[in-house]
Write a protein that binds this ligand. Structure first.
Ligand SMILES: CC(C)(COP(=O)(O)OP(=O)(O)OC[C@H]1O[C@@H](n2cnc3c(N)ncnc32)[C@H](O)[C@@H]1OP(=O)(O)O)[C@@H](O)C(=O)NCCC(=O)NCCS
Length: 178
């Protein structure tokens, strides 16, 4: 039984989101921008190309983490990229992995069932980001290749390792013991 649920963020989450990101700035800032005041803008940008999910602890309602499903392209591609951060005090307890399984499941589920109807997901990780690479592998993502100078982060174009998963490789959560 999973310890977390996922849901889209909403305006009432702004104060708790800010606290969670501030609490977690030290580990987020190693790899991602730290944007405690970023939720209003993120809410405004939600649309066909971007869906965000908060991972929420079932026991106390705290924010375990956030995942952005971005660069969503439908048509013949049905592809998106996952970007994520986990928050203290839940980081490193396995809850982020549980939440990300639910995000992946939602991404691959049919739109008729409330999913995004995607076929392929990418996770792009800087080569030394061992925790994120471990998370991608735990989710079953395959290493596809190396993308030089892919993203502009912390003042420079950063190389990334590219991981991917297609729907054929994913066993829906409803069909397995969670
Ligand atoms: C990458 C990141 C999201 C991983 O999140 P996390 O909080 O470590 O995720 P989890 O807690 O699910 O990870 C499982 C870890 O908890 C441990 N753990 C503890 N209790 C556990 C339990 N009951 N079940 C499963 N795992 C458990 C696991 O051993 C594992 O540790 P390990 O990776 O050292 O083996 C987080 O480190 C982060 O926010 N990093 C900064 C931003 C970032 O890099 N984003 C991604 C950019 S590509």
């Amino acid at each position: 039984m999973s310890r977390v649920t996922i849901r889209p963020p909403r305006p009432a989450d702004v104060p708790a989101y800010k606290e969670a990101v501030n609490r977690s700035a030290a580990h987020i800032g190693l790899w991602n921008p730290v944007e405690p005041d970023g939720l209003p803008d993120l809410l405004q940008r939600q649309g066909p190309g971007l869906r965000s999910y908060l991972i929420v602890d079932k026991a106390d309602g705290g924010f375990v983490g956030k995942c952005n499903v971005s660069n969503i392209v439908m048509g013949r591609f049905c592809n998106a990229a996952l970007g994520y951060d986990s928050y203290l005090p839940y980081a490193g307890t396995g809850r982020m992995t549980e939440g990300m399984r639910q995000v992946v499941d939602r991404c691959f589920a049919d739109q008729s069932a409330g999913g995004l109807g995607l076929h392929r997901l990418e996770i792009n990780v800087q080569p030394d980001n061992a925790r994120s690479i471990a998370l991608a592998r735990r989710l079953g993502f395959r290493h596809e290749g190396f993308t030089p100078r892919m993203l502009f982060l912390d003042g420079a174009w950063r190389d990334h390792e590219r991981f991917a998963l297609t729907a054929e490789e994913w066993q829906p959560l409803g069909a397995r013991n969670q």
